[in-house]
Design a protein. Structure first.
Length: 364
């Protein structure tokens, strides 16, 4: 039997990819629980999910710091964050089953997008964009339901139905309206499922045990602008490619480079420059160099990487330590930088090298 699907407004259509997902098959990887409290993390259950594993979260108004208790990913390195506009985020969905409990005036879950103000577990300096999911429950058991909320991340104006709030300690407290929406959507530190309006509404009074499963953050998964594409075919018979994951926000400093479709077990490293260029077959390479100007190489300790059995490699960047020919520099908001990867290869037993295509990103 298919689950009922609850849509908040109308879902956008078009191609998409999962920016982040969790099916709780093995554990509660990102420590989903109540408001970053390590004592209120959801309990993983190996069975009873939809299907497979799930988590049970005890949601009580008495244990919340907020007008309405909120379930969030508590792990420091969770993937439910980043520049949602740059990532082309389109929706968030989850499946829930209410096991037991009650609420005085009904529970109306809201979806929350948050900027944490630079303090991960302190809610007093956060800024939020939030919207009603359309889900409602009150007493006792409520069976599995898929709840899906569109996220109009490309919108430069506050979407209809969304509310905004910057708490007193938030660095975004001087912003309002569209300016606040744009600041939050481009620098998201976590998302949440609140039992009602997390700010600006009546207090929620309730006590539920809620099972969660199959959390999915959808988007086009593309950060930055590709150029010099496609590259020259390598020994796999296809060109290698580069992509960015994370956030374009300098202050967040959460950006990684990924090179894919590489020969297996090939060493390589990433390059960067503020200028684009084109040099065919530099140094006898089979590929093309797509950078110009002052080119830096990520060849410091731990930065020369290997594609291994997966045919890909990744490097997490420190935006305060960006290589140039004259030393390391910090990337500043407003600057545009270009990236490419070089890798070893062999054609017909003859050693050679190749490059991915290039990717350009304007930092915020």
């Amino acid at each position: 039997m298919r689950l009922p699907v609850l849509l908040a407004f109308a879902l956008c259509t078009g191609a998409s990819a999962q920016v982040a997902s969790e099916d709780f098959g093995v554990t509660n990887t990102d420590d989903w629980g109540i408001e970053f409290d390590p004592n209120l993390v959801g309990v993983h259950m190996g069975t009873g999910g939809n299907p497979g594993g799930r988590i049970e979260v005890t949601v009580q108004s008495s244990s919340s710091q907020l007008p309405a208790a909120m379930i969030v990913p508590g792990a420091a390195n969770h993937p439910w964050k980043g520049d949602f506009r740059g990532l082309g985020v389109t929706s968030f969905s989850f499946e829930r089953q209410v096991e037991v409990g009650s609420s005085n005036f009904g529970t109306r879950p809201f979806f929350v997008i948050a900027n944490d103000g630079g303090t991960r577990t302190d809610l007093s300096d956060d800024a939020w964009a939030f919207v009603f999911t359309g889900d409602v429950f009150q007493f006792g058991f409520s069976p599995w339901l898929t709840v899906s909320t569109p996220i109009p991340s490309a919108s430069a104006t506050t979407p209809a139905g969304w509310d905004l709030a910057a708490l007193p300690g938030s660095p975004l407290g001087g912003l309002s309206g569209d300016a606040l929406w744009n600041a939050i959507i481009q620098d998201v530190d976590y998302i949440g499922i609140a039992m009602d309006r997390p700010f600006g509404g009546a207090f929620w009074f309730g006590n539920h045990i809620i099972s969660l499963d199959n959390l999915v953050l959808e988007g086009n998964g593309i950060l930055g602008t590709r150029y010099c594409s496609p590259g020259v075919n390598n020994s796999t018979g296809a060109p290698s490619s580069i992509e960015l994951t994370g956030s374009a926000s300098v202050s967040q400093n959460n950006l990684s480079l990924v090179a894919s479709d590489l020969p297996l077990n090939a060493f390589g490293f990433f390059l960067t420059s503020q200028a684009q260029g084109f040099v065919a077959g530099p140094g006898g390479s089979d590929g093309n160099l797509c950078l110009g100007g002052s080119i830096g190489r990520y060849v410091g300790p731990g930065q020369i990487v290997n594609s291994g059995a997966a045919g890909s490699f990744t490097l997490a960047l420190d935006l305060t330590q960006t290589p140039t020919p004259t030393g390391l520099v910090a990337i500043a908001a407003g600057e545009t930088w270009n990236f490419q990867a070089w890798h070893r290869d062999a054609i017909g037993g003859v050693a050679t090298s190749n490059f991915t295509d290039g990717i350009s990103l304007q930092f915020q």
